[in-house]
Design a protein around this ligand. Structure first.
Ligand code: MN
Length: 248
């Protein structure tokens, strides 16, 4: 099996090391990841300056770009093969509900999907340093071999969230739907040393709507959440209402 690993926490993050090491038992594993943390850059692609890739270890490249840049450079330039699968993570912190729209981790998997390569994102739902990357990594290995043997549904990639629990306490994996976060005011407004206002967007506690079958519901009960995503954002349910407007 030929594997490309990336992330948005950067090449030095613990999650990507656990992930790449675990996946290397399945086949030849290359890491192409941002040279620093690029969390919450979404699906950004760098167009206005050149990118550099440093070969920092055997089969490991650090790129001064986004996760989406890394997938592009990896597949088109750096890897000696087209990978069978692209895996993004293990992110430090969950990628749940609407937050996936900000996620560089999830966007890297989306980019691979746009290129026709099976992919998934994997995140450890932790508020701290993250104790149990090994459990998330071993689930990623199991899922990767399943995907390569069974294939994914057309245009589908997976968003995996693993609760930060000891392996014995982790419950089964559930197929879930994208949940809904409850947003609260989290922007800090203060005055800088030169007397000017500044604003700093913070992170809220993980409050979420109690939607049965959602990613939030699964991880809150100790289950691994596997949400199938697709890149078609069309809201088909809205067609009848919008067509009734008779826009010409
Ligand atoms: Mn991140």
């Amino acid at each position: 099996m030929k594997i490309l690993v990336t992330n948005d926490d950067g090449i030095h993050a613990p999650g990507i090391k656990f992930l790449a090491e675990a996946l290397s038992e399945l086949g030849e594993t290359f890491v192409v990841a941002p040279d620093r943390e690029r969390s919450a850059v979404g699906h950004a692609l760098t167009l206005h300056h050149p990118l550099r890739a440093a070969n920092v270890a055997l089969n490991v490249f650090a790129v001064d770009g986004t996760p989406t840049d890394c997938v592009n450079l990896g597949i088109h330039c750096l890897l000696p093969f087209k990978p069978d699968i692209v895996i993004s993570g293990i992110n430090r912190g969950g990628n749940l509900g609407d937050d996936i729209t900000y996620s560089g981790t999830v966007s890297a998997a989306m980019e691979a999907t746009l290129m026709g390569i099976p992919a998934f994102a994997v995140s450890l739902v932790t508020g701290g340093e993250g104790a149990n990357y090994p459990a998330a990594a071993s689930f990623a290995v199991k899922l990767a071999s399943m995907i390569v043997t069974q294939g994914l549904p057309v245009d589908t990639f997976l968003n995996v969230n693993v609760p930060d629990l000891p392996e014995g306490s982790l419950r089964s994996a559930l197929i879930t739907r994208q949940g809904k976060r409850v947003y609260e005011g989290t922007i800090v407004n203060k005055v800088d040393p030169r007397g000017r206002d500044y604003y700093w967007i913070g992170t809220a506690d993980l409050n979420f709507l109690a939607i049965e079958g959602s990613d939030f519901a699964a991880v809150s009960r100790g289950h691994i959440s596997v949400t199938p995503l697709h890149t078609d954002l069309t809201n088909y349910n809205s067609f009848a209402q919008l067509n009734s407007w008779n826009l010409t």
